[in-house]
Design a protein around this ligand. Structure first.
Ligand code: UGA
Length: 444
């Protein structure tokens, strides 16, 4: 089939390359000429395992083409997937200006039947809004349908999530559009047997916001439980494990930490709440989820302070800057927020992140960047772990003990077994677990 993807950021580029890899002829377009140039030069403007290789291979095969001409996305294509950004305004209101602009450009170029499919996360009602824009702008007699086909990929496992999805949701009242989308995903459906949910546009739109809001709710829930644990001496990891064994609850997304970040969960919780209210439905649960998430960072800073006494003048190693492991993405990163607040409090921070240091250095020029975790920890009063990179869990604790000034670890991601860290002579403060100390002078 002939497909197009408008907006070749993290979601769009992965989608375009994966659809090409299952045999479609795919045109990826983005008005950002610099981004297009980077991709055509064989690179990828973000860190995502497997994508650079896949994009290179699909460009070489000729199944994937990349251009800056948005109008080209509609000409002679069966389906156009719209994957442009949908940021939120400070009020939480979703900013749909990019979606609307793309819809106008596509509308004017429609020359044959095409399914305009929203893939970006958008509030319920956006599909209808796109239909109105296209009806107003398209040439007389233009044939098109609108569909919603939300994306559920996670950064870090984007290619696998696209080629082996947990479900495919197709929202459209047009059988013709639904049949085309089913065909587009045919090889994936055949190969994986994943469930396909066919529904109306509004339901598909709400599946996406509800899924992300629910994931955020799980995280805030366990973070709130972690706080009770911190006051009572209980262990949040054991609680999460025991809860997760109940298949009605499930074990994933119950890792206590410093709160969720990234481009999706924080924005979607706010946008969903705003949208619900705009339809006259209060959603106080989402307000609480958001609030618990922001407060978690403040609580973490208190733990750092507990460990080092005064933050002003403290020498701290910050391990991890990306919003989660496996990515260089710093958007709404709790780790960056923590690093910034530590700097503001007068701490001297040496940071290390396996992927995100270049961008972090631009955003926080006062951060001193280290070459590895040990270098960051040289002479530190405490090591502060902010991102769950697996390599941090694999550090040699004996070696670390030799380079720090005080053997103290404040772990915002519960990467270690407390007993192991104490046995290596550290004082260890983690999230929702009792503090342990293999060093007498831990809080001196
Ligand atoms: C999220 C969703 O998980 C995807 O299903 C969705 O498709 C995507 O948003 C999107 O809307 O595009 P992503 O933004 O890649 O994916 O991030 P997650 O893996 O969900 O992690 C979000 C944050 O939650 C990270 O900061 C992570 O460290 C944190 N987290 C995650 C926890 O603190 N605890 C957990 O148990 C899980």
């Amino acid at each position: 089939m002939r497909l197009a993807v408008v907006g070749i950021g993290h979601v769009g580029l992965v989608h375009a390359a994966c659809m090409a890899s299952i045999g479609h002829d795919v045109l990826g377009v983005d008005e950002d000429a610099a981004k297009v140039e980077v991709i055509l030069a064989g690179s990828t403007p973000f860190v995502e395992p497997g994508v650079t290789e896949l994009v290179r291979a699909e460009l070489a095969s000729g199944r994937l083409q990349i251009s800056t001409q948005v109008a080209d996305a509609v000409r002679g294509r069966d389906i156009v997937f719209v994957c442009v950004g949908t940021p939120t305004r400070p009020t939480g209101e979703p900013d749909l200006s990019q979606v609307e602009r793309v819809a106008q450009t596509l509308a004017e170029a429609i020359d044959d039947y095409v399914v305009i499919t929203e893939k970006s996360t958008v509030p319920v009602g956006t599909g209808e809004a796109i239909r109105r824009v296209i009806e107003a702008r398209a040439p007389a007699g233009a044939e098109f349908d609108i569909a919603s086909n939300p994306e559920f990929l996670q950064e870090g496992t984007a290619v696998r999530d696209t080629l082996e999805p947990t479900r495919i949701v197709i929202g459209s009242t047009s059988e013709r559009a639904r049949a085309l989308l089913r065909d587009a995903y045919g090889p994936i459906i055949e190969q994986t047997g994943c469930p396909v949910i066919e529904t109306d546009i509004e339901t598909a739109e709400l599946v996406k916001h509800s899924s992300n809001a629910f994931l955020a709710t799980k995280i805030s829930f366990i973070n709130q439980v972690a706080e009770i644990c911190e006051q009572t001496g209980a262990d949040v990891e054991t609680i999460a494990y025991a809860m997760g064994l109940d298949p009605r609850i499930g074990s994933r997304f119950l890792s206590a930490g410093i709160g969720y970040g990234g481009e999706c969960l924080p924005k979607d919780v706010q946008a969903y709440r705003y949208t619900a209210e705009s339809y006259g439905v209060a959603f106080p649960l989402l307000h609480a989820v958001d609030q618990v998430n922001s407060e978690r960072r403040a609580r973490f800073l208190e733990r750092v302070q507990e460990a080092v006494g005064d933050l002003a003048g403290a020498r701290l190693a910050v391990w991890g800057l990306a919003f989660k492991a496996g990515t260089d993405d710093l958007r709404r990163s709790p780790a960056m927020d923590v690093a910034e607040r530590l700097l503001q409090a007068g701490a001297h921070v040496r940071a290390f992140d396996p992927a995100a240091m270049t961008d972090a250095a631009t955003l926080l020029p006062d951060l001193v960047m280290a070459i590895d975790p040990y270098d960051a920890a040289e002479g530190a009063d405490a090591v502060v772990i902010c991102t769950e990179w697996p390599e941090f869990a694999e550090v040699d604790l004996e070696r670390l003990r030799r380079v720090v000034s005080r053997p103290v670890i404040v772990d915002g991601r519960n990467l270690f077994e407390p007993a192991d860290v104490a046995a290596a002579g550290f004082s260890y403060l983690s999230m929702g677990r009792p503090t342990v100390s293999g060093w007498d002078d831990a809080t001196a």
